[in-house]
Write a protein that binds this ligand. Sequence first.
Ligand code: ASP
Length: 588
Amino acid sequence: MYRSHNCGELRITDTTKEVTLSGWVQIGRDLGGLTFVDLRDRYGITQVVFNLEENENLCLAARKLGREFVIRVVGIVKERSNKNPNRPTGDIEVEALSLEVLNASKVPPFTIEEETDGGEDIRMNYRYLDIRRPNVRENLIFRSNLAVSTRAYLANQGFIEVETPVLIKSTPEGARDFVVPSRMNAGQFYALPQSPQTFKQILMIAGMDKYFQIVKCFRDEDLRADRQPEFTQIDCEMSFVTRDEVLDTFEGLTKHLFKQMLDVTLHDFPKMSYDEAMERYGSDKPDIRFGMEFVDLTKKAKGHGFPVFDNSEFVVGICAKGIAESYSNKDVKKLTEWMQRPQIGAKGLVYIKYLPGGQVKSSVGKFYSDEVLLSWKDDFDAEEGDIVFILCGEKEKTQKQTNELRLEMGRRLELMDPAEFKPLWVVDFPLLEWDEDSNRFHAMHHPFTAPKKEDEERMLLGDHETMKNLRADAYDLVINGVEIGGGSIRIHDRDLQSRNFDLLGFTKEEAEDQFGFLLGAFEYGAPPHGGIAFGFDRLCAVLNGQNSIRDFIAFPKNNQGRDMMIDSPSYIDDEQMKELSLKTTIEK
Ligand code: ASP
């Protein structure tokens, strides 16, 4: 027998029992006639003690153990004289009667503790050692529990889990596909799914009514800091539902998960239109844990002889509370430089300080009288001691820049409480986005998203210009400024779907070639349907108040899309290439 108990289990009530434990040597310490070994497994750490006087050979053997040796110990549970309140097993220790080395270990390349000296690369190379660290291990356990809770909740709501294929067909819409050559069909390729979107819609046409799947999706995008080429979604679809029924169902799931995992009760989620989110926060995923909302100054700021504002499409400000006096000219200068970095690209930053005693100080004081500047105070709900920052320029760009400024000020002033969760639904997204470069429309969500009912006719009959402001029945769930997921009511009518492909620049042949199966299925009784997908990795991170999804993935890829441990991607040999009818011009 390897073990009677695990290493996190023994308590004071177990004293005098003879137990067998197996695990890894976290650390050994010799103190005079005693040798202590911290024995670790997934469940915790138990102190084992070897007594030189009572059993010399055993104690000498223990002194030879290295870090991460795998051992089995038989011993007696004793109350500790020197208790460790930070450990669930801290009241006891196991006095060893025998010791067996099950496997030796090389000295690990980094310390296997919560605080490690190992950098990212080395930890990824030796991910099996990294996962032995308690924080990484706990993240994976959390993820497992979240998946179990999700399945239980959705199953209870009548959803069934259906697996959709991983080898599918490449389509140019959306991100880039990963492709897989087919040996049996020379020159042809499968694609890995960016999401099971069309399959879940087909399942609705097939009458499955409520579908879900915790599913891997693949997108060959240039990797930004927190993107993974393969990631996991909670993917869902429902038939005969309105938008609000979909939202209610997934608000229910979200509330359930927060309660189960964190014991946090979430209030009902507000809904905000895309337009409103952009006007108030300059972002379609606003962090509403704090205010600092945008105030549109375009009208008021123009016509006072300040050419920069006069020549701008949009002038907007935000108010940072209570820092007018403490924020020096140098601070403002530094902030301006921060805003001018290429990542943000602001041209400049105007400030107004509302100081005690009704004084005003501003970088545009030359152009605006104190009286004028004071008259803006109410627009910002500003008080004495507050500072207002103003940006201007082309509307969309300025909104984005001001959003960055708002978030940065929120961080600096510590207005985002990590223990607080503020979800909201952002709804009524634009259906189409005009892309100047390619001179065509893109689907803002995806090509299967339905326009809002009231825009349907305009979409079918309208001219090009009116297409720019069609609204989609699409929605995102946002928590603390992070997009958790999104979805839409779908088109279920062949003509409307064809019209959408048409607007998106597909020829009839292309649409038929790529999506003929779906268009065909629409002709056999497609029910009205809609759905949503949550980013599962991201949900894990947000629930833990963390930014990086990588910490919640057992074997993540690095910024170059590489798996460091197995060293992939890699070349394949010529024979394999030939079999797959592939040629390469790359020198290996
Ligand atoms: N398939 C969509 C996505 O991956 C989600 C949805 O519309 O249900 O973003």
